[in-house]
Design a protein around this ligand. Structure first.
Ligand SMILES: NC(=O)c1ccc[n+]([C@@H]2O[C@H](COP(=O)([O-])OP(=O)(O)OC[C@H]3O[C@@H](n4cnc5c(N)ncnc54)[C@H](OP(=O)(O)O)[C@@H]3O)[C@@H](O)[C@H]2O)c1
Length: 437
């Protein structure tokens, strides 16, 4: 073994130990924080009684506001956010780990990773077991814009053959051309409406007759409806939400499953964090995304190890949807950036490239759940442990004001007065320009 190899091995071992230690510290801190905050209903009354005996009568009242067990729980979660996922502490531990490696080792073995500045040793083990999709066949529904479009580019970069489907044919062709430029060996364009069962059958049949195999099915096509439930006059006009989001994925999966079983393939499902986090005006969308989660979780049991299922639950991602493209209360597609501002508010919107990359990376590694951005996972804890607080905050931000007009809502006012939108939203979605056709 030459000295460079030995140096490399010792650097990797050192790195692994350091990473294990980091992880151990992170997990113990996280579990301690969770235990502390979960048990807050037990110790909080004691603490309050103690404070009361020590301090003035009025102080515990203020304390009750700030230290109520639920507030403490939220603060605890915020700490966890900073520690887990994308926190600075975690990032600095990553960089300090890699900077402890001899520079020649890093340069020689990870030059490509350094180039794009994205990967480092942290993902080494995961990358080893990651699926190589070069030459494999991937169906992506809803690839004419947004996340689906960028998933196509991400798969193309990895050399996968694509079958892309959506209703807008011209946009699909443009996506296909770019995917070919990026490295996809072959791209099949299939104009289709996934809410129609025959169209879904056609997508799978045409893919099979063209490529002869299927490895990944990405159920991405989706629409959202934004309207107060009581403002919808003809409720049947909003059936399309369930038809596209839920039934579209069900049909596609039914037709694709024999081929996916044969290839031991994967299903990637674009659900949403709205599957657990309720949002006013989006009741139908939330319901459709929640239905997708349980449907595919049940299928996971049926399929076992033969077909892996990755459930993706994004927060807010740059796309036509976050540009303000919704189905309105009359059942028509509308572009309403004001309403978008109300619904998204001061939540940061992730760049679509970043989201697509995280999804394809996670799917190739066989991850069961992916949330982009990672910190959005903490909202699940909020929902489970303090649903009343979540409901109160959302009501306050999205619905209060003299009426239900979007401009009256607090979230819109905060955006308008602070101008924080420029920081939180990518430039593209501030322009309400959508693809034609
Ligand atoms: N953006 C976010 O913040 C976010 C967050 C959570 C989850 N998601 C989910 O991510 C997925 C992609 O949405 P996006 O954000 O990328 O929005 P988008 O830019 O509006 O893309 C939606 C895609 O779905 C296609 N589609 C809609 N109805 C269809 C139908 N009946 N048949 C076939 N294709 C149809 C659209 O193409 P055509 O109009 O050409 O048919 C388009 O390509 C959706 O399932 C959405 O629910 C998005």
């Amino acid at each position: 073994m030459d000295s460079l190899q030995m140096k490399k091995d010792s650097a990797i071992n050192k790195y692994r130990k350091q990473r294990l230690l980091n992880k151990l510290m992170l997990y113990s801190f996280t579990s301690m924080t969770c235990i502390l905050f979960l048990s807050s209903p037990l110790w909080y009354p004691l603490l309050r009684a103690f404070l009361k005996s020590l301090l003035f009568d009025s102080l515990p009242k203020i304390g009750a506001l700030f230290f109520s067990s639920k507030c403490i729980f939220i603060v605890g979660n915020l700490i966890v956010i900073f520690l887990v996922g994308e926190s600075k502490i975690f990032k600095s531990s990553k960089s300090s780990s890699s900077s402890s490696l001899p520079s020649n080792v890093v340069k020689q073995n990870y030059a490509a990773d350094e180039e794009n500045g994205q990967k480092n040793f942290i993902f080494l083990a995961a990358e080893i077991f990651s699926e190589n999709v070069a030459g494999k066949v991937v169906i992506i529904t809803g690839a004419s814009s947004g996340i689906g479009e960028y998933l196509a580019y991400e798969y193309a970069r990895r050399g996968a053959c694509l079958a892309i489907a959506a209703r807008r044919q011209k946009s699909l062709r443009e996506v296909a051309e770019r995917a070919l430029d990026l490295g996809a060996p072959d791209v099949l364009v299939i104009p289709a409406d996934v809410s129609k069962v025959d169209d879904c059958r056609t997508i799978v049949d045409r893919t099979m007759s063209h490529f002869g195999r299927l490895d990944h099915l990405v159920n991405n096509a989706g629409m959202t409806a934004v309207s107060l439930f009581e403002e919808i006059e003809d409720i049947s006009k909003l059936r399309s939400i369930m038809d596209i989001n839920f039934w579209g994925s069900v049909y596609m999966t039914r037709f694709a499953i024999p081929y996916l079983r044969y290839s031991e393939g994967k299903i990637i499902v674009l659900s949403s964090s709205a599957s657990w986090m309720p949002s006013p005006r989006m009741s139908l969308y939330c319901a459709s995304k929640a239905a997708m989660i349980l449907f595919f979780e049940a299928l996971r049991i049926e399929f076992g190890r033969d077909v892996k299922i990755t459930l993706v639950t994004p927060g807010f991602v740059e796309s036509e949807m976050t540009q303000g493209k919704f189905i309105n209360k009359t059942g028509k597609v509308d572009v309403n950036p004001q309403m978008r501002d109300v619904q998204v508010g001061i939540t940061p919107v992730v760049k679509v490239e970043e989201c697509a990359k995280a999804i394809v990376n996670g799917a190739c590694r066989g991850e069961r759940y992916i949330t982009v951005p990672a910190w959005f996972r903490v909202t699940y804890l909020w929902k489970v442990f303090c649903p009343e607080v979540v409901e109160w905050i959302l009501r306050l931000l999205c619905l209060t004001g003299s009426g239900t007009s979007p401009d009256d809502s607090l979230s819109k006012k905060i955006l308008d007065y602070t101008g924080v939108q420029k920081v939180l939203y990518p430039e593209n979605i501030r322009e309400p320009e959508l693809k034609a056709e």
